[in-house]
Each structure stands twice: as C-alpha cells, then as structure tokens.
Design a protein around this ligand. Structure first.
Ligand code: CP
Length: 315
C-alpha cells in the first residue's frame, strides 16, 4: 500500500506483520528504542487541522527516533485558516517533496482525498467520525501485550460516545475481524445510525455490559461534536456510564481498562481506575510510538505494509 487510510485495507497477515514490526521498535522493557538512523534523509509532514496531543506528538517522536525530518503544520497559523482549500494546501506541501504526509482533519474522507491526488504516502491520523486506524492499531498492539495472540473469543466492551467516535469504528472493525466479541454500551442518543448492522452486541446498562468482559475501552464524551439539544445531562451520564472499580469487579479476572485519550475524568472513567494497575492508558501511549514507528518505516522504505514477511499472518 502507498497509504494507510483505514484498518479495512489490511489483511490479517499485514496486520500481524505491522504489529511484529512495531514490537521490534520496543526494547525488552517495552520502552521504545532510542534513535536509529533508518529513515535518515526521509521527511514526514504532520498536517493536523484538528487538535491533537497524543497522535501528533507520537508521530513526531516516532519520526525523530527513526532519524526522519518531521515538519508540523496546523490549521491555525497555516493558510487553511485564510480559506485555502485542502487540495491546494496538499499540493503545496507535496511540492516540497515529503515522503509521507500524516493528516488529521474534521472531514470524513479527507485522508483518502489527499491520497488519491498526491504521489507521497498519506497516513490517516483521524478523519471526522470515520476512522482512526493508527489508534486501533496501537490498541490492538496494547491488547496483544496482555492477551498474546489469543484474540479469538475475548470480550471487549466499548463504552461511551460511540456515535462521534472514529476510534470505536476502527476498533470494532479491527478487533471483530480477529474474533474478539465486541460489546457496545451507550445511551441511545450516542449510538450511531446503522449500528445494528455492526458486528457487535449492544447494551444499555453498564452493569450488564461489563459482565465477564476481558477489557473495557472507555471513550471520551465528545462535547464539541454533540448536536444541539442532544447533549446528555452530564451528572446523569456519569451516574449511568462512568466506569468505576465497582464495575470492573464484575468483569473477567485480570480485565484491563483502555482509553484513547484525552479523558474526562469522573465523566466516562473514574479517576481512581484511570490511575490503577488495571489501566493500560499509558501503555497505549507508549505503544503509539512503536506502532507509528512501524507505520512510518514500512511506508517510507516502501517495504510495504503488505509484505507479510515469514509469519504468514499467524494468530
Ligand atoms: N487518541 C487520540 O487521538 O488522542 P489525540 O487527540 O490527543 O491525538
């Protein structure tokens, strides 16, 4: 593949090749490796037209650890804020001959739009409500560190604002394709249209949803994307959908908690649980660097994410 636009483009073999490559960028203490010269002379543009802490910084760190040159462009401070079109901005960037453009944009399909028009590789760092493939890949990597290669038959509960979540969409696709039984729990107004066609089981009560789950992924209530009049009462929301130690006690023994961040502590996840030994939240951040190093490496060297090495897509 020239680009990474969505997890749907990856075969099982490609996925495990990418996860295995990411593991090579983690040392035995699960810390990302220090700087290596692998991508010296390559350049990566970080084009973030929406705010980001984790994704942007981890792509920047990942690029620098591989010795690539990284350049940042944000909406504010760029000519996008003067009305320049996405296409013109992208063609301008391409004229500077980067090897990879990493893009986050509020419009679903923005990454694909660029990929179809540019010669360089394009990585989707989140497009509207549509997809956040690198987040799902790092979540999969984090779960693999706990579960090993036995995804089949595990139960993952995704809890919270599913309607506005590109993280939920990418994770549902990726993890259900590995045989994970995915449950969703949300108020009816925060479930997307068409969710009944997704490969998931839907719950309205958290006490029911969390029973025997192997992992719970809490999602941020995306206050900035709520439609007028549909914003839930926050106190009631927290009472019904905030994951607490009482809930986790009903999950499977050893169950872990994930959150892609940023968190609203006390609204979708209790602070004590976010900081507990069961939390994988900071492991996800570390996994994000290793996973994004693998993505940049495979695209920039055109080794190709599709090259399946010798693992034959195990697991
Ligand atoms: N998980 C995630 O995408 O976080 P940022 O918005 O901080 O990049």
């Amino acid at each position: 593949h020239k680009d990474l636009l969505d997890v749907t483009q990856l075969t099982r073999a490609e996925l495990f090749h990418l996860l295995d490559t990411a593991a090579q960028f983690h040392d035995i203490n699960r810390r990302p490796v220090k700087k290596v010269p692998t991508l010296k002379g390559k350049s990566v543009v970080l084009f973030f037209a929406e705010p980001s802490t984790r994704t942007k910084t981890s792509f920047d760190v990942a690029g620098k650890r591989l010795s690539a040159d990284t350049f940042s462009l944000a909406k504010s401070g760029s000519s996008l804020s003067k009305g320049e079109s996405l296409k013109d901005t992208a063609l301008t960037l391409q004229a500077m001959t980067p090897d990879i453009i990493v893009i986050r944009h509020s419009s679903s399909g923005a990454a694909q739009f660029l990929a179809e028009r540019l010669d360089c590789s394009v990585v989707n760092a989140g497009d509207g409500w549509h997809a956040h493939p690198t987040q799902a890949l790092l979540d999969c990597y984090s779960l693999r560190q706990v579960w090993g290669d036995t995804f089949e038959g595990r139960t993952l509960l995704i809890l919270g604002d599913i309607a506005h979540s590109r993280v939920a969409r990418s994770n549902v696709h990726l993890l259900s394709s590995l045989g994970v039984k995915v449950r969703l729990c949300a108020p009816r107004t925060l479930l997307p249209a068409g969710v009944h066609n997704w490969p998931v089981t839907i719950f309205n009560r958290l006490d029911d949803a969390v029973q025997d789950a192997d992992a719970v992924m809490c999602l941020r209530l995306q206050l900035e994307r709520q439609q007028a009049g549909l914003l839930p009462d926050l106190r009631e929301y927290a009472q019904r959908f905030c994951l607490s130690p009482r809930h986790l006690a009903m999950a499977a023994p050893g169950a872990r908690v994930l959150h892609p961040g940023p968190m609203n502590r006390g609204l979708e996840i209790s602070s004590v649980l976010a900081d507990s030994p069961e939390s994988l939240i900071l492991d996800q951040v570390a996994a994000g660097v290793a996973t994004r190093m693998a993505i940049l490496f495979l695209l920039a060297t055109r080794t190709g994410i599709e090259q399946t090495a010798d693992n034959g897509g195990r697991a």
